[in-house]
Design a protein around this ligand. Structure first.
Ligand code: FIX
Ligand code: ZN
Length: 430
C-alpha cells in the first residue's frame, strides 16, 4: 500500500495542473508547508536578554501605532513620553481599538495576534491579554510563535556600537539556531563623527576624520566583529540623499573598509535606502519618513564592485521599478522585502507582481522588520495571503500560454523565494 501511495503522491506532484482552482490550492499548500527564513527583523535571541521585545504592551507601543495614535488623540507627544509603558499601551488600545476601528495594517496586526492566541479582540481593556503573556516562558513562547508564523529562523539586527548590546557580545552572547546575527553599521557609516570614539574605546586607533591611519583600524574592527558575531551579512540603512561615489566620511569608510571586509569574509552587504531620519523628532522612532533616492548609486556600486554582493531594499515606491530593472543588469544585486512604509497590502501586491514579471523567482519577496516577537505571526500570514494569489495568477497565465505547473515546481519556487535565495546568499544552514 505504502509504495502505491508514495509513487501516487510523487506522481501527482509531477502532474501538470491547468485548473486555476487546483493551482490556487497547490500554491496555498506550498506556502503553508514551507518554513520561511525572515531575513530582516529587530528581534533578539534570548541570550541578548532585555533587548528582545514581546507581549501585549510592546505590541501596542510599536512605533507604527504611536504614529497612528497621534493622529487620533489630543495627547501631545511630550506628554505621551511621560506615561509608563502600560499607560501608553492602555491609551493606544482605547484610542485605536475601542474608540476607533482597527482597520489600518498595523492595528489589524494586533487583532490577528490576539486572535491567534484565542484572546478577545474587542475587549474594552487588556487584563486578560496581559495575564496571558505574563504566563509565557520566553524560550517555549519563541518556539511556538515562530512555528505559528511558519518561520524556521529569523535574522536579527545587531549593532556593535549600541551601548546596551555590544557588551553582551563582548562577553560572548550564546548563539541560537533560530536567530542569525547581522553586523549593522549605521553608526559607523552614517554617524562616524558621533561614534568614532566608541570604536576607539573598543581598542582601535581611529580618529574623527577616518583618514588613512583609521581605515586599517576600522577594517580590523569589522573583521573582529565578523569573527565574534558570525553575521550572515553586514547591513546599513541609508538616507534618500545617499550617493556613490561620494568623498564623504561615510563614502570613504564604505569603499575602503566595509566593501573590502565583505569581499574578504564572503558576506553580502545589505543596503536599505531611502529613509529621511527624524523629520518629526517629537514622536521619536515614529518620526522617520521616506524620500526618493538616486538609484544610480546602486548602479555604480554593483558595476564597480562585481565581487561584492548587494542585498538591496528601497523605501520609496518610486524607486521600486528602478531597483527591479537594475537587478536585471547586475546578478550581484538581490532585491529583498517591501520595507517599512512599503509593507502595506496594496503596495506589496504591486511590487511583488512586478518583481515576478521581471525577475521570476530570483528575489526575496518580503521580510517582517518585526520589532516585537509576536508581530511575525501577522506579518507572515499577511505575506502568505498576498503572495498566494499573485503566484497563482502567474501559473494560471503560464497554463493559459500552454504549460501547466506541477506541485513540485510550485514548491521549488516558494522554497527559492522564501528560503533558498537567502540560504544561497547568506551561508544560512551551510
Ligand atoms: O532601519 C531599519 O532597519 C528600519 O526597519 C527601522 O529603523 C524602522 O524603525 C522600522 O522598524 C521599520 O519597520
Ligand atoms: Zn528594520
Amino acid at each position: 500500500m505504502t509504495t502505491d501511495l508514495r509513487s501516487h503522491s510523487s506522481r501527482s506532484e509531477s502532474i501538470r495542473i491547468f485548473d486555476p482552482a487546483k493551482i490556487a490550492e497547490a500554491v496555498r499548500d506550498a506556502l503553508a508547508t514551507t518554513s520561511f527564513i525572515d531575513i530582516h527583523t529587530h528581534l533578539f535571541a534570548p541570550s541578548l536578554g532585555e533587548l528582545g521585545l514581546w507581549g501585549i504592551d510592546e505590541l501596542l507601543t510599536y512605533h507604527y501605532l504611536e504614529a497612528e495614535l497621534f493622529r487620533s488623540s489630543e495627547i501631545a507627544p511630550e506628554q505621551y513620553w511621560t506615561l509608563s509603558k502600560t499607560e501608553q499601551a492602555d491609551l493606544i488600545w482605547r484610542t485605536l481599538f475601542v474608540e476607533n476601528n482597527p482597520i489600518s495594517e498595523a492595528t489589524r496586526g494586533v487583532i490577528a495576534v490576539l486572535h491567534a492566541f484565542g484572546l478577545p479582540t474587542d475587549a474594552s481593556a487588556l487584563p486578560e491579554a496581559r495575564a496571558f503573556f505574563r504566563q509565557q516562558k520566553l524560550e517555549s513562547h519563541i518556539a511556538s510563535v515562530l512555528r505559528m508564523a511558519g518561520l524556521e529562523s529569523v535574522v536579527m539586527t545587531n549593532d556593535p556600537l549600541d551601548p546596551a548590546e555590544s557588551p553582551l557580545w563582548l562577553r560572548g552572547a550564546a548563539a541560537h539556531p533560530q536567530f542569525h546575527p547581522v553586523l549593522r553599521l549605521d553608526r559607523v557609516l552614517n554617524l562616524w563623527p558621533q561614534h568614532w570614539q566608541a570604536v576607539e574605546a573598543q581598542g582601535y586607533a581611529v580618529e574623527a576624520g577616518a583618514g588613512a591611519r583609521s581605515i586599517p583600524e576600522i577594517r580590523r574592527f569589522l573583521s573582529d566583529w565578523i569573527t565574534r558575531m558570525r553575521p550572515v551579512y553586514l547591513a546599513c540603512s541609508l538616507p534618500d540623499s545617499f550617493l556613490y561615489p561620494d568623498d564623504s566620511l561615510g563614502g570613504r569608510i564604505l569603499e575602503q573598509a566595509v566593501l573590502p571586509a565583505c569581499r574578504e569574509s564572503g558576506l553580502p552587504l545589505s543596503l536599505m535606502i531611502g529613509v529621511r531620519k527624524q523629520v518629526n523628532p517629537r514622536i521619536r522612532l515614529a518620526g522617520d519618513a521616506v524620500g526618493r533616492a538616486d538609484m544610480r548609486a546602486v548602479e555604480y556600486l554593483c558595476r564597480d564592485f562585481p565581487s561584492n554582493r548587494f542585498l538591496i531594499s528601497v523605501l520609496s515606491r518610486e524607486n521600486q521599478h528602478e531597483l527591479c530593472v537594475l537587478a536585471r543588469k547586475f546578478s550581484n544585486l538581490l532585491p529583498f522585502g517591501c520595507w517599512w512604509f512599503m509593507n502595506n497590502t496594496s503596495i506589496v501586491e504591486e511590487i511583488t507582481r512586478e518583481r515576478i514579471e521581471m525577475l521570476g523567482a530570483s528575489f526575496i519577496p518580503q521580510h517582517s522588520d518585526a520589532r516585537v516577537l509576536e508581530q511575525v505571526i501577522y506579518k507572515w500570514s499577511n505575506t502568505r495571503r498576498i503572495v498566494g494569489p499573485i503566484l497563482t495568477e502567474n501559473y494560471r497565465l503560464l497554463a493559459e500560454d500552454g504549460r501547466g505547473v506541477t506541485e513540485q515546481e510550485i514548491g521549488r519556487d516558494v522554497n527559492r523565494l522564501f528560503r533558498g535565495n537567502a540560504e544561497n546568499w547568506m551561508r544560512i544552514g551551510a
